[in-house]
Design a protein around this ligand. Structure first.
Ligand SMILES: Cc1cc2nc3c(=O)[nH]c(=O)nc-3n(C[C@H](O)[C@H](O)[C@H](O)COP(=O)(O)O)c2cc1C
Length: 359
């Protein structure tokens, strides 16, 4: 099975089947409604700086695709919408583009139609371990990227028959790329979350931001259940459907270590507000943008607006004028998330009042 063919299978499954896992952890966060907000709705600002680039809202469309001729249109529609909305996006794994010149345009179309937006490149850790810095540089050059995301998706790799299972040398590879590349490196999970321990490790390796890619949204073990033939592998993939660190837990874990991109089951503006209130700098979302991207840029823009409108209203109803005021609003945290915060030995009382870090 070629890399390019596999990408199309994944897209078709994500468009037609139910592929999400349960529980992001945002279920255990409640904003304390502010009935006397003392801000004017029209003065609310969602603008942020992220890794050196200004954005009109703290939202990225997460890495999805490129690498098969049919994905050209998807990336083009996403890019046009992202440029118009003043937000950012990632491309899918660029392995196919590096190995096959004929599909480079399915990635480079993004920079062509989003000349000013924050765009990040994307390569899997196994490719970086095997091919090193040169591979990473080619991915960045292909789309004139502002940053490179190295994705960690070992859960998916071990439940798909053709997966890459070599993880030894990962730290050294990330460190080498982080020190040699001209753009910042992001480490990115794809649905199983990043732990506090690994956040410390990748910071030491020189990484500049973490995309937590937590559990509660698209499950890659779930996607593989639809691809793998009936038998042991499929049964095991089914068992791992809900494996991972829920997104909210992972934000808590990483928020004071490196700037956090909150991804995994962010489905509306209230989820986005909760993610930022827990300490994230920016949020990102993949699956909700896939169907609109198969249609036209206007549908993608409508979906972006749905997120930003919900976020703006959440700010208003918590009395926040700027999006990062969310780091200081009081939040009520219950259930498993509360237990996790205590397990990680944060002071729960202080945590519910302030999640601010100056980076
Ligand atoms: C169709 C599709 C393809 C994806 N391809 C990639 C990829 O190539 N590289 C990557 O790092 N993540 C990939 N992802 C993972 C997303 O970037 C994201 O981490 C994950 O889907 C969780 O976010 P969500 O719950 O909002 O979908 C893909 C997601 C989808 C839905």
């Amino acid at each position: 099975m070629t890399t390019s063919r596999r990408k199309i299978d994944h897209i078709n499954i994500c468009l037609s089947e139910s592929v999400e896992s349960s529980y992001t952890g945002f279920e255990d966060v409640m904003f304390v409604h502010n009935p006397l907000p003392e801000v004017n709705y029209d003065d609310i600002s969602l603008e942020v700086d992220f890794l050196g680039k200004k954005m009109r809202a703290p939202l990225l469309i997460a890495s999805m695709t490129g690498g098969h001729p049919d994905t050209y249109k998807i990336n083009k529609n996403l890019a046009i919408a992202v440029e118009n909305a003043g937000i950012g996006m990632g491309v899918g794994s660029q392995r196919a583009g590096i190995e096959d010149e004929s599909v480079v345009d399915t990635f480079s179309v993004v920079r062509e139609y989003a000349p000013n937006a924050f765009i990040y490149a994307n390569i899997g850790l196994p490719q970086i371990i095997e091919k090193g810095v040169e591979y990473a540089e080619r991915a960045v050059e292909m789309i004139e990227a502002d940053a490179l995301a190295i994705h960690l998706n070992f859960l998916q790799e071990i439940v798909q028959p053709e997966g890459d299972r070599k993880a030894e040398g990962g730290f050294a590879a990330i460190r080498e790329v982080s020190s040699e590349l001209k753009v910042p490196v992001i480490v990115k999970e794809t649905g199983a979350g990043i732990s506090r321990e690994v956040a410390f490790t990748v910071r030491e390796a020189g990484v500049k931001a973490i995309d937590v890619g937590g559990k509660g949204g698209t499950s890659w073990s779930g996607v593989e259940v639809y691809r793998v033939e009936k038998g042991t592998m499929r049964d095991v993939a089914q068992d791992f459907w809900n494996w991972g660190i829920p997104t909210a837990f992972s934000i808590v874990d990483c928020h004071d270590i490196l700037p956090v991109i909150a991804t995994g089951g962010i489905r509306n503006g209230i989820d986005a507000a909760k993610a930022i209130s827990l300490g994230a700098k920016i949020v990102s979302s993949a699956l909700p943008f896939l169907r609109p991207a198969t249609e036209n840029p206007e549908e993608v823009e409508r979906r972006i607006e749905y997120f930003t409108e919900g976020l703006r209203k959440s700010l208003f109803l918590t009395g926040c004028e700027h999006v990062y005021d969310l780091h200081r609003v009081h939040i009520f945290i219950s259930g498993l998330l509360k237990e996790w915060i205590e397990f990680r030995e944060f002071n729960l009382f202080e945590f519910t009042r302030r999640r601010f870090h100056d980076f």
